[in-house]
Design a protein around this ligand. Structure first.
Ligand SMILES: *Cc1c(COP(=O)(O)O)cnc(C)c1O
Length: 354
C-alpha cells in the first residue's frame, strides 16, 4: 500500500485469474485454454506479419476484422466491436452503458469478473441466486435493472440456455440491455448472434481465447445494434485508439477463415467432454451437464480446496472457487486431450479409493 494510491485503488478487490504455474504441473486444466494449437493458417499469417510493418500503428478501427466477423455471422461491420480480450470488451461495456444511478443484475454463480468491474466502475449490482441445480431463473431479476449479464453456457457450471429462452427475455424486457457472454458457445451450442438483427437490447460478447486457441493473443468481440457498437467505440476511443495490435487483428481474421480446422479440434473436445462426464458419473461423482470446454464436478466427501490439493499432488491443476459458498466444493476441470483426461480419471480414482 502506497500513500499515493487513490481511494478506488485502495478499496478494489481485483479479479484473480487462474494460476499460470512455473513448477512441475504436468497437466494444466485450470484456465479453459484449448489443448490444441491455433490453426496452421493463423500461425503462418503471424510469421508473415512479424516484419518491419510493426513500426506502423495498426488500423484503429480494425475494419477488416469487423468485416470478416460480420461476414461470418451475416451482420454488418457496424455491428461488430473487437477488443484486447473479451475482458477488455466487458470493461468497456460496463463503462459505456451503466453508471452509478443504474442497477445491473447477474447470477450469483457466473463469471466472477462481473462484480469486480461493477465495483471498479461504481455500478450498483445485484447477484440473483441460481436455482439449486445451478440453472438461471430469469423470473427473479429486478424489473428496474438496466442491464442483465450472464454467460451462456454459464461459467463455471457449463449450463446452456437455448436461444428461444433468451429471445423470450429480450421480448419481455425491451428496455433492459441483455448481455450474453458466449465465451464457450462454440463447444456445440447455438449462438444468439443472429438475434442482434432483431433486438436493439442485445449485446453478445465472444472470445477467441477458448474455441480458437488464441488465449495468448488477447482477442474478444462484442456484437450488437450499431448504436450499441457506436457507444463502445466512443469509450474505447477515449481510452486507447489502438487496443488491437497488428498481429491480433491478422490472427483473428485468419482464425475466422480457418473455420474447418476449429470445428475439427472443438469436435474432439466436445466428444472428450461427453466421455469424461459419463466416466465421472459412472464413478458416482456428481457433475453438471456442461456444454462447455470444461466439466464442473464435486468429489463426494471432499472440500473443494482439498480436492484441488490432492489433484495437484498428482501433477494436475484444476480450478476451485472457494470464495463463493454455493460452489466452494466444486471443481472446474478444463477438457484437455484424451490422454490428459485419462490421467485425470486415474488420479480421481486414487483420491476416491484413499
Ligand atoms: C475466459 C472468459 C472470458 C475472458 O476471455 P478473454 O477473451 O480471454 O479475456 C470472458 N468471459 C467468460 C465467461 C470467460 O470464461
Amino acid at each position: 500500500m502506497s500513500r499515493f494510491w487513490s481511494e478506488t485503488t485502495r478499496n478494489i478487490t481485483p479479479y484473480v485469474p487462474g494460476e499460470q504455474p512455473r513448477d512441475k504441473i504436468r497437466i494444466k486444466l485450470n484456465t479453459n485454454e484449448n489443448p490444441y494449437p491455433p490453426s496452421p493458417g493463423v500461425l503462418a499469417c503471424l510469421r508473415e506479419l512479424a516484419n518491419e510493418d510493426l513500426r506502423l500503428y495498426p488500423d484503429p478501427d480494425s475494419r477488416e476484422l469487423c468485416e470478416t466477423v460480420a461476414d461470418y455471422y451475416g451482420l454488418s461491420a457496424e455491428q461488430v466491436f473487437p477488443g484486447n480480450g473479451s475482458d477488455e470488451v466487458l470493461a468497456f461495456l460496463f463503462q459505456t452503458f451503466f453508471g452509478p444511478d443504474d442497477l445491473i443484475a447477474f447470477p450469483d454463480v457466473t463469471y466472477s469478473f462481473y462484480p469486480v468491474y461493477a465495483r471498479l466502475y461504481g455500478i450498483p449490482y445485484r447477484e440473483i441466486p441460481v436455482r439449486e441445480d445451478f440453472s438461471i431463473d430469469f423470473s427473479g431479476y429486478p424489473g428496474e435493472a438496466k442491464g442483465i449479464l450472464f454467460a451462456n453456457p454459464n461459467a463455471p457450471t457449463g449450463l446452456y440456455i437455448p436461444p428461444a429462452e433468451i429471445e423470450a427475455l429480450l421480448r419481455a424486457r425491451p428496455d433492459t440491455l441483455i448481455v450474453v457472454d458466449e465465451a464457450y458457445v462454440d463447444f456445440g451450442n447455438q449462438s444468439v448472434v443472429p438475434l442482434v438483427k432483431k433486438y436493439d437490447n442485445l449485446l453478445v460478447v465472444q472470445t477467441l481465447s477458448k474455441s480458437r486457441a488464441l488465449a495468448g493473443m488477447r482477442i474478444g468481440l462484442a456484437m450488437g445494434h450499431p448504436e450499441l457498437i457506436e457507444g463502445l467505440n466512443r469509450i474505447k476511443n477515449s481510452f486507447n485508439s489502438y487496443t488491437m495490435d497488428r498481429l491480433a487483428q491478422a490472427a483473428a481474421i485468419c482464425a475466422f477463415r480457418d473455420d474447418a480446422y476449429y470445428r475439427e479440434i472443438n469436435g474432439r473436445i466436445i466428444r472428450e467432454r461427453e466421455r469424461f462426464k459419463e466416466t465421472l458419473r459412472g464413478m458416482g461423482i456428481p457433475c453438471t451437464d456442461s456444454k462447455s470446454n470444461f466439466v464442473f464436478a464435486s468429489l463426494p466427501g471432499l472440500k473443494g480446496p482439498d480436492a484441488l490439493r490432492l489433484l495437484r499432488e498428482q501433477g494436475i491443476l484444476v480450478r476451485n472457487f472457494a470464495g463463493n459458498p454455493r460452489i466452494a466444493d466444486w471443481l472446474r476441470i478444463t477438457i484437455g486431450t484424451k490422454e490428459d483426461m485419462d490421467r485425470v480419471v486415474e488420479a480421481v480414482k486414487k483420491i476416491m479409493e484413499r
